[in-house]
Design a protein around this ligand. Structure first.
Ligand code: NAD
Length: 354
């Protein structure tokens, strides 16, 4: 085969995998020896936009490409989001791909150069969300003639999480359709349906936004203060203490108010007064986190404040209050991104320099 590249890379969320994705994979395999399929958003909690875990999506790909995976022609790997650092994300893509290429004993790749001539990127620039296809200039392109059908994973999710859930078998391969039929029986599906209904009703109840919120990233002696969400959306997930800014308050004061309401942070003498909490805010500044899709409730722009509390052997006392089920300190090292609500992991990653 002329100009056969050794490795192809195909990045996607596959929420869920459909026959359009499968078409891209098959077409790519006509042009490369091995296709590395990177399953994006591998580290996010389930929500109606990302309903399936990495393992479930790997299973979908395996059901459609069992032979190719057994032969090593298709290699599937998880890829984490770093919502506020495209550089961190790009670096992770490069690292994953180079590890696989080097593990194959490929001598064409120079660790310090741009001569990644054996690697090509696959994918169809469907809309502005495919901007990432331009982030790898060192890699070639696998030309796929055109988008396969007009359907998308978003349409499938729309039908799957409808009041009368439908599995659109005609645009899913058999194994994926079966997996979705099974998933319909699970508790995770029920929880996602409840979440979907809540989110559908949200704009009528609260409006379309944009909304302004404030969040507190509170760090003390290698620990971070988080609350477990007591209600929808994201019931049971961990979140930064925070909430909506009232009409009559400054954003910083909202962060302090929510922090006190949700965690009652203090010591044996009582809660820490607002002015003292304010003095712990690093650089007395906030950072804005505004990824357009950061919340499924609507357009919510948040301001996060870093509260760096004095290092001490005994952490401040906290307890759950208000709408948080409970508050507690977490060792920074024990957190996993998928334990966190919306983009809170990405915010922590930036604010706490993880
Ligand atoms: P997707 O599953 O929607 O699409 C994957 C690929 O399949 C795309 O190239 C798309 O064009 C193609 N495709 C979709 N429908 C098709 C059809 N009918 N026919 C032919 N091709 C079709 O995935 P996505 O949302 O594009 O995935 C990108 C991933 O990269 C996400 O997980 C995203 O979070 C991640 N990402 C992260 C960062 C960051 O964290 N900073 C930055 C960029 C991208």
């Amino acid at each position: 085969m002329a100009n056969k590249a050794s490795f192809g890379v195909f990045i996607g969320r596959f929420q869920p995998l459909h026959i359009g994705h499968e078409y891209v994979i098959r077409k790519s395999l006509e042009q490369v020896d091995r296709l590395i399929v990177l399953v994006g958003s591998a580290n996010v909690a389930r929500d109606p936009r990302n309903p399936f875990t990495y393992e479930e999506r790997e299973h979908m790909i395996r059901s459609a490409f069992a032979y190719e995976m057994a032969q090593g022609q298709v290699v599937v790997e998880p890829l984490d989001d770093h919502l506020y650092s495209d550089n961190a994300w790009t670096a992770e893509v490069q690292r994953r791909v180079h590890e696989i290429v080097l593990a194959e004993g490929n001598s064409g790749f120079q660790a310090n150069g741009l001569d990644d001539f054996s690697i090509s990127l696959s994918g169809f620039g469907k809309d502005q969300s495919s901007y990432y296809l331009k982030m790898f200039p060192a890699w070639g392109n696998i030309q796929i003639d055109s988008q396969y059908g007009t359907f998308s994973s978003a349409d499938i999710r729309e039908r799957f999480f409808a009041r009368i859930p439908e599995v659109p078998d005609s645009i899913l391969s058999k194994g994926v359709a079966e997996q979705l039929h099974d998933f319909k029986m699970s508790d995770a599906f029920k929880a996602l349906l409840a979440e979907r209904e809540y989110l559908d009703a949200y704009p009528a109840e609260w409006g379309e936004g944009p909304f302004v919120t404030a969040d507190a990233v509170v760090i003390q002696s290698g620990h971070i203060l988080l609350v477990e969400r007591g209600r929808l959306p994201g019931k049971g997930l961990l979140a930064l203490p925070g909430g909506f800014v009232n009409r009559d308050e400054r954003v910083r004061d909202a962060a302090i108010r929510e922090l006190r309401e949700e965690t009652e942070i203090g010591d044996s003498k009582g809660q820490i007064p607002p002015a003292m909490l304010a003095s712990f805010i690093e650089d007395s500044r906030s950072r804005i986190f505004d990824a357009p899709g950061r919340s499924l409730r609507g357009r919510i722009i948040t301001h996060a404040f870093l509260f760096r509390l004095p290092e001490r052997r005994k952490l401040f006392k906290v307890k759950g209050g208000d709408d948080a089920a409970h508050a507690r300190w977490y060792r920074l090292g024990e957190l996993k991104p998928e334990m966190l609500f919306e983009d809170h992991w990405s915010i922590i990653e930036q604010m706490a320099d993880l």
